[in-house]
Design a protein around this ligand. Sequence first.
Ligand code: AHM
Ligand code: MG
Length: 413
Amino acid sequence: MSSSCWIIHHLSLLPNNHRVPSNYLSKNIGVSSYTCSKTRLATVVASQQDASSTNGAGLFLPAHDSPTTLTRFLLENIRSSKAPQDIVDLISSIQFACKKIASLVSRAGVTNLTGLYNEGKSLNIQGEEQKKLDVLSNQVLKNALKYSGKMGVIASEEEDVPVTVDESFSGTYVAVFDPLDGSSNLDAAVATGTIFGIFKQAVSCLVEDDADNIEPSQLRCLANTLQPGSRLLAAGYCMYSSSTMMVLSLGHGTHGFTLDHEVGEFVLTHPNMKIPKRGQIYSLNEANYHHWDPVLKEYVENLKSGKNRSGKSYSLRYIGSLVADVHRTLLYGGIFGYPGDKKNPNGKLRLLYECAPMSYLIEQAGGKATNGKQRILDIVPNTTHERQPLILGSEEDVDELMQLYAAKLQSKV
Ligand code: AHM
Ligand code: MG
């Protein structure tokens, strides 16, 4: 019965309760007539493990050839009023940029795009040497966003100050992004990623796209466009790894799409992602252990020894690429952190285009994100490149650490 439904499904144009021609049925499944409701078809299709094995004639497309592409997902979000057209247009521009960056990253070794830009003489505002692909990815994203016609201001890890988009194209949104996070891993072909967030512009600034000749008043105006993560309209990341993935939230859950290179489309493979309530992995750069505060040290010792609330010993996984470490945490649960310490009280990660978008995605998936004192999404940035300590992950894991901090504070009173 179910294989009948399955083969009938391959006809794909079935109206509800369609009567399938008897010559087709007797030839393919040895029965003379069969009526199959669409509801039943859907159930049967979902239960099939191997679509192709039942497709004897090879003429009909298996169900997985009509997946939900990112484009279809976005259109459905407009239709159900979950996202405005403008945001969808921006995400479409970003997805194009991600595909381009994915291609650049995967071919870097054979196209001489590994290594430092300008022989290491080019530093970004934070004093970090820029890689060739940092600079290129920034350009790719800026161009893609600029021609969307929706952008007002862009703030990027690789730009000294927020920049306005050419006036003739400009719109009223602010995009914040780290074009190629984890780029120090690039030459070893380790996973990297693009992180992005979109806000509505709070104020409008008329400034030329010329960062060298910017007036202090204009700079102040641009800084006003900086907002806390709770005001994000959309956020996401693209991960360039064994597969290219885009993980996206428009404020209604977190959804994962995998790039199908054969057709060049992102396909919905991880709908409505939910981070496990508790995991068994911790992810911090433990080389900084001696600079951590005593609470964090105790917490991590408990995770290792199993003296934590779960009673289980945790494993350590640390890639050193924020996108990859957060992606694993989202899927498997546990805790990821780049905390503040004695050497770097605010940690390393930037609030606006690293901590906030990642925290938004984690919260939308049911997890938590804090700087140790405050919810990340509530922090109002003072400057574009401001750093904040970041601790995020499974609700119970983050809560356990926060409760240790609270208990320590209490014992001091
Ligand atoms: P980047 O934006 O310059 O690439 O730096 C951010 C990266 C993150 O991807 C990662 O979480 C962190 O730096 C790793 O830092 P460390 O090497 O100190 O552990
Ligand atoms: Mg970064």
